[in-house]
Design a protein around this ligand. Structure first.
Ligand SMILES: Cc1ncc(COP(=O)(O)O)c(C=O)c1O
Length: 437
């Protein structure tokens, strides 16, 4: 047995070995940015914004789509467009980036934190059904990291209970379920183009809409309440009938420069998704052979899987270590700082999800009580975050196959030396990152 790198042994990967980096751009992107800079069209409703909106919507197979400022307001716009507001209950997963639940608070709805499946970390649909009440108006499904829940069953549940289905697709640009793009399945979907995402322009967001009425509504909500002008005519849409009046709203728009970067990214997206997917399948096949290591599930309906993060689980009973101890040893073997880390904090104990710190949420005592995250018990989310979950950013999957071999070799070395890993001081799990979410 060779000595672990964390205790001074030779690491599996030397820090001088180059790895892929993210985000990526090319010369064409730079030229388009320059062209826009020298033009007099910088803001919203420009040529490149709509060119991107139509192309991305078509790629995911949705009916209508439009850009917005970021993935947080994308969820807020989706909720508002569906008429969801004060005191309405919205089912959200207990383990997600805080924005999914925070957006519900921003429309004065009640996010109902719901536990996840242990092997996909996506919504547990039995828990969803158990949390439905007469006040429930919608389910927000988050296609988290690199897995999905059973989207056929989820659609049936929503239909049966007359609930809207909102897809938070921030993690999975390029995922297809039975050949149909995620984001085209629910009533509305929301996307993030934040720097860390697989399609990015630094900051940015998007909504896909099942009907043209939802599209018109979101157009208006993202643009200070102005009605859709039918110019430029996109998706073959004419002037809206019955939706020409103005609404109360704010500015949630995106610029032409961001659209330019997105157009470049979209051209590269499918090839990159396929490359990562093939590497993930390969890496999972290696990890599955290591005792105490459990890959995440991939449902057979998935025809292409996109990965915001690659995830796997350790068996803390068998290995008798926590995920944070495991990650410390693994990062040292791969000379990677803190690249491998536990998944998101559960929202009932999350440093960045604190609904009761905001005066705006103090509608009345009943609402205040209803949004208190401490009332929820989320055992699977907690287990994933504090004991068994390990995630790494998708850029890891953009490396050659030989790097997947190194990752598996490093995992195996850590498992082979697990008695030593137990001596590592257990950390407190994943803490929020100031930049890359
Ligand atoms: C699942 C999920 N939803 C929503 C968001 C919010 O997106 P944005 O950062 O663009 O506001 C993120 C961002 O990381 C996310 O991971």
């Amino acid at each position: 047995m060779s000595k672990l790198a964390i205790f001074g042994g030779k690491p599996v990967r030397s820090k001088n070995q180059k790895l892929a980096t993210w985000p990526i751009s090319d010369k064409k992107d730079g030229e388009l940015v320059k062209k826009i800079t020298l033009s007099n069209r910088w803001s919203f409703d420009g040529e490149y914004e709509w060119k991107f909106a139509e192309a991305f919507t078509k790629y995911q197979g949705a009916n209508y789509g439009l850009c917005c400022a970021n993935g947080t307001v994308g969820i807020q716009l989706a909720l508002e467009a569906l008429g969801i507001g004060a005191y309405d209950e919205v089912i959200v997963p207990g383990m997600t980036w805080q924005a999914t639940a925070a957006a519900c608070l921003d429309v004065n709805a009640v996010p109902v934190l719901t536990d996840i499946e242990p092997d996909s970390w996506n919504l547990d649909l039995d828990a969803v059904e158990a949390n439905i009440t007469p006040k429930t108006k919608a389910v927000i499904v988050v296609h988290l990291y690199g897995s999905t829940t059973d989207l056929d069953r989820l659609q049936k549940i929503c239909k049966k209970h007359k609930l809207f289905l909102i897809e938070d697709c921030a993690h999975q640009h390029g995922t297809f379920w039975k050949g149909k793009g995620v984001g085209s399945i629910g009533d509305v979907s929301s996307w993030s183009f934040q720097e860390s995402k697989v399609l990015s322009c630094g900051e940015g967001g998007f909504n896909m809409c099942k009907t043209k009425d939802i599209f018109y509504k979101i157009y208006s909500l993202r643009n200070c309440g102005r009605p859709y002008p039918a110019s430029p005519a996109v998706f073959g849409l004419k002037k809206p009938v019955g939706m020409e009046t103005t609404l109360q709203s704010g500015n949630f728009r995106l610029t032409e420069w961001q659209a330019a970067i997105l157009l470049g990214g979209l051209e590269r997206l499918d090839k990159q998704v396929k490359f990562r997917d093939a590497n993930a399948i390969y890496l999972n096949s290696l990890l599955a052979k290591i005792p105490g290591i459990k890959p995440m599930i991939r449902r057979p309906q998935i025809t292409q899987q996109s990965y915001f993060n690659f995830a796997f689980r350790i068996d803390p009973e068998e290995l008798k270590v926590t995920n944070s101890q495991f990650c410390s040893a693994l990062n040292a073997e791969l000379s990677l700082g803190d690249a491998f880390e536990p998944p998101y904090e559960p929202l009932n104990a999350c440093g960045l999800y604190k609904p009761l710190t905001k005066k705006r949420h103090q509608l009345n005592d009943k609402y205040w009580k209803a949004i208190d995250p401490k009332q929820y018990n989320l055992p699977i989310c907690t287990e994933a975050h504090t004991r068994s979950g390990v995630v790494v950013h998708h850029v890891m999957l953009m490396n050659p196959r030989s790097v997947m071999d190194q990752v598996a070799e490093a995992v195996k070395k850590v498992v082979d030396n697990i008695a030593e890993v137990r001596k590592i001081k257990a950390g407190g799990g994943r803490k929020y990152r100031p930049l890359a979410v």
